[in-house]
Ligand binder design. Structure first.
Ligand code: SF4
Length: 242
C-alpha cells in the first residue's frame, strides 16, 4: 500500500488544467459507503441491478480501481493523529502544486465518510488547512457520524447531506436539526418529489439549484469553477445518471 493518498484529476471539479483537487475511495457497502442506498432511486442498487456509476467504471478500469482501493485501505488502516497527518499531507500537496489556484478541494469524488472516527479526523484535517475551501457529500447519517460532524466541522468545509428517494426522510430530519451545519442535496430522476418534501419540511423559502451537468450534454470541464453552487452550500439537485 502506498503511504499517501492518490489524488485524482476530475474534469468537472478541477479549476485549472491538470489540477488534482479531489481523491476517491472504493465505493459500496463493503468499502467506504456503509450507508449506500438500495431500492428504487438508490445510489448503489435499484434493488435489481447496480446503479453506482463509479462501480461500473471501475469494473473495466484497473488503475482507477487500484487507486480507489489504495485510498480506502490507507485511510481505514489508521486513525487519529496518523490519519490526520495523511489527509493534511494531501491537502498541502494540493496547495503546493497549485499556488494561488489551490483554493477549492472536493472531498471524495467516490466513496463516503465510512465511520464516526473518520468523520472526526476528516473534520480536523480540513480545519488544519483553513486557506482551502472543501466541499463534500455524505449518505452516512448515522447518529454517531452526525454528532462528530456537528462537533468538529470547520468553517472552511461545506458538508452536504446526500439524499435520494431511499434516504430522503432521514436526511431531512438531520437537516431540520442542524440547518446551520449541513447543506442539502438530492439525487433523483426528477426534482418535483423533492421540492414537495422540501416545502413541507418548511424550507420552501430556500432556493434549490440544479447542477448544470443536468442539462449539459457536451463537456463538463471546469463546471464547478463556473457554477460554485456547492461552494456556497445552496441546496442542489442532481439528475440521476443513466
Ligand atoms: S452544482 Fe455546480 S458546484 Fe455543484 S457539482 Fe454541479 S457544477 Fe459543481
Amino acid at each position: 500500500m502506498i503511504p499517501y493518498i492518490k489524488p485524482t484529476e476530475d474534469s468537472k471539479t478541477k479549476f485549472v488544467p491538470h489540477q488534482r483537487n479531489t481523491f476517491g475511495m472504493a465505493p459500496g457497502p463493503e468499502w467506504s459507503c456503509p450507508f449506500a442506498t438500495t431500492g428504487p432511486g438508490g445510489c448503489w442498487s435499484d434493488g435489481k441491478k447496480k446503479t453506482c456509476y463509479v462501480w461500473k467504471l471501475a469494473q473495466f478500469r484497473k488503475k482507477m480501481r487500484e487507486n480507489l482501493e489504495n485510498n480506502f485501505n490507507l485511510l481505514s488502516s489508521c486513525k487519529g493523529k496518523r490519519r490526520i497527518e495523511i489527509l493534511v499531507h494531501e491537502f498541502r500537496r494540493f496547495q503546493f502544486e497549485n499556488g494561488t489556484e489551490g483554493k477549492f478541494y472536493r472531498l471524495h469524488w467516490s466513496g463516503d465518510i465510512f465511520s464516526p472516527d473518520y468523520a472526526e479526523d476528516l473534520m480536523k484535517a480540513c480545519g488544519e488547512v483553513p486557506e482551502v475551501t472543501f466541499w463534500n457529500f455524505t449518505r452516512n447519517f448515522d447518529q454517531d457520524v452526525v454528532e462528530k460532524i456537528v462537533k468538529h466541522k470547520p468553517e472552511n468545509l461545506v458538508q452536504y447531506l446526500s439524499a435520494d428517494a431511499v434516504n430522503v426522510g432521514r436526511a431531512l430530519d438531520v437537516y431540520k436539526e442542524h440547518p446551520d451545519v449541513f447543506s442539502m442535496s438530492y439525487m433523483g430522476d426528477s426534482l418535483e418529489p423533492f421540492e414537495k418534501l422540501w416545502d413541507e419540511a418548511g424550507f420552501g423559502d430556500k432556493p434549490i439549484r440544479q447542477c448544470p451537468s443536468n442539462f449539459e450534454h457536451s463537456s463538463v470541464e471546469y463546471m464547478c469553477k463556473k457554477c460554485k453552487t456547492c461552494l456556497k452550500g445552496i441546496c442542489v439537485f442532481f439528475k440521476t445518471r443513466k
